[in-house]
Ligand binder design. Structure first.
Ligand SMILES: C[S@@+](CC[C@H](N)C(=O)[O-])C[C@H]1O[C@@H](n2cnc3c(N)ncnc32)[C@H](O)[C@@H]1O
Length: 554
């Protein structure tokens, strides 16, 4: 490779990674360059060097990209595309959806609508989760520096409403006054881990203070200060999260002050939101997204619709008055409680909400004979469980609308539907997360109707003209549920991002170490042809990154 840490090199940024870092090649060796945008010609210093890729920090912007919009010294933090022209961001997101559909759904020629832009793409986040850390002995509130768990102090974020900045300032005062320490996972000492802030359209706020233990010091003082200094704070919770890594929130919430829930609106509908319920972070774009989903469902008064992964019932309630019946399925109990209350709040009585895992509830309902002619799915980043897709195909609805925040898993699931009698009618990316590398997509699929039918009588047995039972067993074996994130997907992700290959045995080893289910994966567990080695730390990191990307781990 011939490079060393500290070397100064030059090159042009060609693309972004899934996290929004610039990608650049020198002599065909890949470097990831935080804060670089496509088209920048940069001089950079190598800060990290692995066998197959490096990380660089820009020292001189030789020639800024014609699409660069803000000066280099802006620390982009959690908004990696902030320096890239907004129109170009939209084009890049469309391209990303297109590439994933080509790669993971096997499509060669696909027509995708232009990404729907946000008119004013700032201060849109109605929910922020802000880490608390230690910098030079001082407690800081901010965001994680690129590629590390060092917290960078954040004074003003152009993605969150101003009220959230005001709340954080009061919390800073409280930290200083009461000498509150950040939690340190290495020493298991300190208290505060994260601060969650949810806001609504009326500018009211819910504050969630996350600690590792049941102890939140000086909470009375915090409540007093927030109440007197930011009147918009109507609810304060204490959340306990003793998990070492993500997610931000643990299971236990203790209300410290005010309302149980925040009330927000989408279109003409009103929603009560519990501290742990999912609600789209960008309200303005969520309305556009749901309107698209409704358009793609092409609803009629006789339609019976399944809304799978329904959260607090936002899509269900949005579509209820256009359909005969809607079934909402969701695994989080408090979200279903909210959904039921939200239906009453909006005088909607043709929606039934069912709590449980979609992969269990949905097949069970349809096997029991509950019918539906249209289905909308809006799964988390890891996409749909295979049982959900199988049950959709078995139900045979005329329309399936797939709402997704991860184009890679969406493309994988769409492939399953394409292979099982569906065709894509329209693909619509929506910019829910301006200035970040995330993109939301709505895909409309309809059932391909057969041109003609033929009736076949089949007899099972070993005689001539009969189908042997062994053959049935073999077919059944073929249909055993396979893993949703395949080894091939992980390998392709790693190769395209890091430019190196990983053996399936290594992926299996990392999965085993993480305690993930293995299923039957003959290729994955096969022994390496040569002497058995363990994956290098770099490969382990790349595999974990891929598992994180596909939502298998957090
Ligand atoms: C992307 S959110 C969509 C929520 C809702 N459709 C909305 O727009 O507000 C995904 C939802 O799926 C839920 N979820 C995650 N895994 C699930 C599972 N296995 N079965 C049912 N729901 C699940 C999450 O709790 C979350 O509410």
């Amino acid at each position: 490779m011939g490079f060393n840490i500290g070397d100064i090199l030059q090159g042009e940024i060609l693309d972004f990674t899934h996290e929004g870092n610039g990608v650049l090649k020198v002599n065909n060796f890949t470097f990831f360059i935080p804060n670089g945008v496509i088209g920048d010609k940069v001089e950079f210093k190598i800060t990290e060097l692995k066998k197959n890729f490096g990380i660089g920090s820009i020292v001189n912007l030789i020639e800024p990209s014609k699409d660069r919009v803000i000066d280099m010294d802006i620390e982009s933090g959690e908004i990696p595309l902030i320096n890239y022209d907004y129109k170009k961001q939209l084009e890049w997101k469309k391209h990303k959806v297109e590439m994933d559909l080509m790669k993971f759904a096997g499509l060669s020629n696909i027509n995708i609508n232009d990404t729907i832009a946000m008119d004013n793409p700032y201060r849109y986040r109605n929910h922020t989760q802000i880490p608390v850390g230690n910098k030079n002995g001082k407690t800081v509130i901010g965001f994680y520096a690129k590629g590390s768990h060092d917290v960078v102090d954040m004074r003003d974020s152009i993605l969150q409403p101003e009220i959230a900045d005001e709340i954080l300032n009061v919390i800073r005062e409280w930290i200083n006054k009461c000498n509150i320490k950040p939690y340190d996972s290495k020493s298991n000492k300190g208290e505060l881990k994260h601060i969650g802030i949810r806001t609504n359209i009326d500018n009211q706020a819910m504050v969630i203070m996350v600690t590792a233990t049941d102890y939140l010091p000086k909470s009375d003082e915090l409540i007093k200060m927030l109440k007197s200094e930011v009147k918009e704070v109507i609810s304060i919770y204490h959340n306990i999260n003793n998990m070492k890594s993500a997610p931000t929130y643990g299971r236990k919430y203790i209300k410290l002050y005010g309302e149980d829930r925040l009330i927000d609106y989408l279109g003409k509908f009103k929603f009560k939101i519990s501290p742990n319920s999912f609600f789209q972070v960008n309200r303005t774009q969520a309305e556009i997204l749901y309107d698209k989903a409704i358009e793609f469902l092409d609803l009629h008064s006789e339609d019976e619709v399944f809304d799978i992964y329904c959260g607090i019932g936002t899509i269900s309630l949005y579509i209820a008055n256009k359909a005969k019946k809607v079934y909402g399925i969701e695994s989080v109990k408090s979200a279903i409680d909210d959904a039921k209350e939200n239906a009453m709040l909006n005088n909607i009585d043709n929606v039934e909400f069912i709590v449980g895992k979609a992969e269990e509830v949905f097949p069970k309902l349809t096997n029991e004979g509950v019918r539906g002619n249209k289905v909308v799915v809006d799964p988390p980043r890891k996409g749909c469980e295979k049982e959900v897709l199988e049950a959709i195909v078995k139900l045979n609805p005329e329309r399936v609308v797939y709402v997704s925040c991860n184009p890679t898993t969406m493309a994988r699931d769409v492939k399953y539907l394409l292979d099982n009698g569906y065709e894509i009618k329209e693909v619509q990316p929506v910019d829910m997360f301006p200035h970040t590398s995330n993109v939301e997509t709505v895909v409309s699929l309809s059932h391909k109707k057969a041109d003609t039918h033929i009736n076949i009588n089949v007899e099972f047995g070993d005689d001539k003209g009969q189908i042997p039972i062994d053959e049935i067993a073999r077919k059944a074996e073929e249909y055993r549920p396979s893993e949703r994130v395949t080894y091939k997907m992980i390998q392709e992700y790693i190769e395209s991002k890091y430019n190196f290959k990983v053996h399936t045995a290594y992926i299996a080893e990392v999965k085993r170490d993480l305690g993930l289910p293995m299923y039957d994966a003959p290729n994955a567990v096969e022994e390496l042809k040569h002497e058995r080695k363990h994956p290098t730390p770099e490969k382990v990191e790349a595999i974990k990154d891929a598992l994180r990307h596909f939502g298998v781990i957090q």
